[in-house]
Design a binder for this molecule. Structure first.
Ligand SMILES: [Ca+2]
Ligand SMILES: [Ca+2]
Ligand SMILES: [Ca+2]
Ligand SMILES: [Ca+2]
Length: 618
């Protein structure tokens, strides 16, 4: 018995290194070994064609399907730069692209190549984004990954570089490194990048020489979460390659590529997800599941709970996890979970439908399952569920912004204003709705984060079908994101309770990031004195820092005393003590002489009333 246990333990320990080694997380999914002759395989490669300098004042013309410039020789791809006249250029070459034939988000890319040599050559093995997803310019906003660059006037030095909106050579802020490879033009080497959600590791012959990490970057520093494709070319001359001129005696020059291999990561974490299918409106929905790593070098970082594309909760544990959403509003919701491991790899669960309140799903429902609180940021992209005609009106029935909520008609874009999203392509007559919760009835002012194409925007707000603003016209600086404060004479008077806010956009073509309401002065109708009664209306602002104004009403002529007390019940001040006629009055409490804290003010007349106020200090 003892011996058996010992053997088991022995085997167990013996098995660990083996299983670690066998956990190869990369699977070959795309390659070209160039073991054929003739033009490059058209199922793998297309061509960038032209002689316009390619943004770098390059001198070559890139030809298309011309064996003199690009061919397979039975073992290698040969890209050849030649000295010959072609369409007004003095050199020809080739630039092969895998766009539309090989596009990947993340992966390991290995290219075994021998480089050309000589002053004026500029071979490159690199990647560009397949789609235009970020910012205002395809380049550099959407990124560039240079796995290998070499310039003939600096032989034997290999450069790896990334370019982004924040880091690029136009600003002199590009990030990169270089490595000495003295025989790069005489021998084959394997140039590789291992691109994962958290970082890019650049290597030559499996030896890492540079790592670029995502860190806390948003898209300006890390647009590398979209599809990229491969590019293989030799440029001639140009802003970098031609810095010391072109030696015309060197041509033709060849880059030989033995293979191009693309690998997919296979060890993404695993996730299970259980969700209720039905719930009473106002009920608590509990979600649970398990999250486990496949890669033994990683651990689970967190689990995220989503309604659609909206993050609801972050659960900072793996293994068994659960999360609850309380007070779920009536509506139909698409629930899913995602787990993320320490390598940045993530896995989404399947979606599960949740019907709260046995609804037909065609009414307004708040996107994040609970109404937006009116005094918190209301993200424009989290307009209501319910679809066109109910939750919004949009003139094009596709989401042209391709940000989130891709199957809705509203045009949601990844914002150029930091992180997150905004709604743009807003044309006259479009509207959006938001289910909101107003806890404190009162008069509100509105802040909006937006950029407008015109110097004036116009809009109006409805709450539960009632126009609360008329048409508001606001003048602002155009073409820049800014927070505007819309302060109208009468403010926006809102009732307490859950209601549907409808934002009618009438002009100015804004890009709307978020809205937020600020309480100007409260009304509390239940506690307000009826007209003709003596009582306290309230004080504003509360809390306060310099002074606050108390409003009160006197119903019957007579002596009225207004006093201020501290929490110990000691009278601090007498604010009024005189004969009052019927009417509304106000008195000011100045901060001078008060200690920070809470106070009570008491009205004594034909009735007695008391409320509190709070002094925040200076
Ligand atoms: Ca080969
Ligand atoms: Ca649209
Ligand atoms: Ca639109
Ligand atoms: Ca937003």
């Amino acid at each position: 018995m003892t011996r058996a246990i010992f053997l088991l333990i022995f085997c167990f320990f013996g098995a660990i290194p083996a299983s670690s080694l066998s956990a190869q997380p990369w699977e070959l999914i795309w390659s070209d070994e160039f073991d054929y002759t003739g033009l490059p395989n058209p199922e793998r490669w297309g061509y960038d064609v032209g002689g316009h300098g390619w943004g770098n004042a390059e001198k070559q013309f890139y030809t298309e399907k011309r064996q003199e410039n690009a061919r397979a020789d039975g073992n290698h791809l040969v890209i050849e730069a030649r000295k010959e006249s072609w369409s007004g250029r003095d050199y020809t070459s080739s630039r092969l692209v895998s766009k539309g034939k090989g596009d990947w988000t993340y992966g390991r890319f290995e290219i075994r190549a021998q480089l050309p040599s000589g002053r004026g050559t500029w071979p490159a093995i690199w990647m560009l984004p397949t789609n235009n997803s970020y910012g205002t310019a395809y380049w550099p906003d959407n990124g560039e990954i240079d796995i290998m660059e070499h310039v003939g006037h600096n032989p034997g030095t290999i450069h790896a570089t990334i370019h982004t909106d924040a880091y690029n050579h136009l600003r002199g802020t590009q990030r990169g490194s270089s490595k000495s490879v003295p025989d790069a033009s005489d021998a084959f080497h394997v140039y590789a990048v291992e691109w994962t959600p958290n970082r890019m590791v650049f290597s030559i012959d499996e030896e890492t020489f540079w790592t670029y990490s995502k860190g806390l970057s948003n898209w300006q520093g890390w647009p590398f979460d979209k599809d990229f494709h491969l590019i293989l070319n030799i440029a001639v001359g140009g802003s970098w390659g031609g810095q010391q001129g072109i030696d015309d005696s060197i041509f033709p020059q060849q880059m030989l590529i033995d293979y191009v291999r693309a690998y997919r990561y296979t060890a993404t974490p695993e996730l299970t997800f259980d969700a209720p299918a039905n719930l009473e409106a106002g009920g608590t929905a509990t979600f649970m599941g398990t999250a486990t790593v496949q890669n033994p070098d990683h651990r689970i970082l967190r689990v995220e709970l989503y309604q659609g594309d909206g993050l609801l909760e972050t659960i900072r544990s793996g293994g068994q996890w659960s999360a609850s959403i309380e007070n779920v509003h009536k509506g139909c919701y698409t629930m899913r979970a995602r787990t993320i491991d320490t390598g940045g790899w993530s896995t989404f669960s399947d979606s599960k439908m949740l019907n709260a309140g046995n609804t037909s799903c065609t009414e307004n429902a708040p996107y994040l399952m609970r109404p937006h609180l009116i005094e918190e940021k209301i993200e424009a992209e989290y307009f209501d569920l319910g679809g066109p005609g109910v939750a919004y009106r949009d003139r094009s029935n596709t989401n042209d912004g391709k940000g989130i909520r891709l199957n809705e008609g509203v045009d949601v874009y990844p914002t150029t204003d930091g992180t997150g999203y905004h709604v743009a392509n807003i044309s006259r007559g479009e509207w959006l709705t938001y289910t909101v919760q107003v806890d404190q009835a009162g008069v509100y002012d509105l802040q909006m984060r937006l950029e407008s194409q015109a110097a004036q925007i116009s809009f109006s707000l409805e709450f539960d079908g009632q126009d609360k603003t008329g048409v508001i016209e606001h003048t602002n600086t155009k073409n820049i994101f800014q927070t505007i404060r819309v302060i109208t004479e009468n403010g926006i008077e809102l009732n307490a309770g859950t209601q549907v806010m409808k934002v009618h956009l009438r002009g100015g073509a804004p890009k709307l990031n978020w809205m937020q309401f600020k309480l100007r002065s409260p009304t509390n109708r239940e506690e307000l004195p009826e007209h003709g009664e003596t009582g306290l209306i309230g004080n504003y602002p509360n809390p306060f820092t310099t002074y606050t104004t108390i409003q009160y009403r006197v119903g019957q002529p007579g002596r009225v005393v207004m006093e201020l007390f501290n929490l110990l019940g000691q009278r601090v001040r007498t604010l009024a003590d005189h004969h009052h006629q019927t009417g509304e009055y106000s008195t000011v409490v100045y901060a001078e002489g008060l200690s920070t804290g809470t106070y009570f003010y008491t009205l004594t007349g034909d009735i007695t009333a008391q409320r509190s106020l709070q002094y925040l200090g200076h």
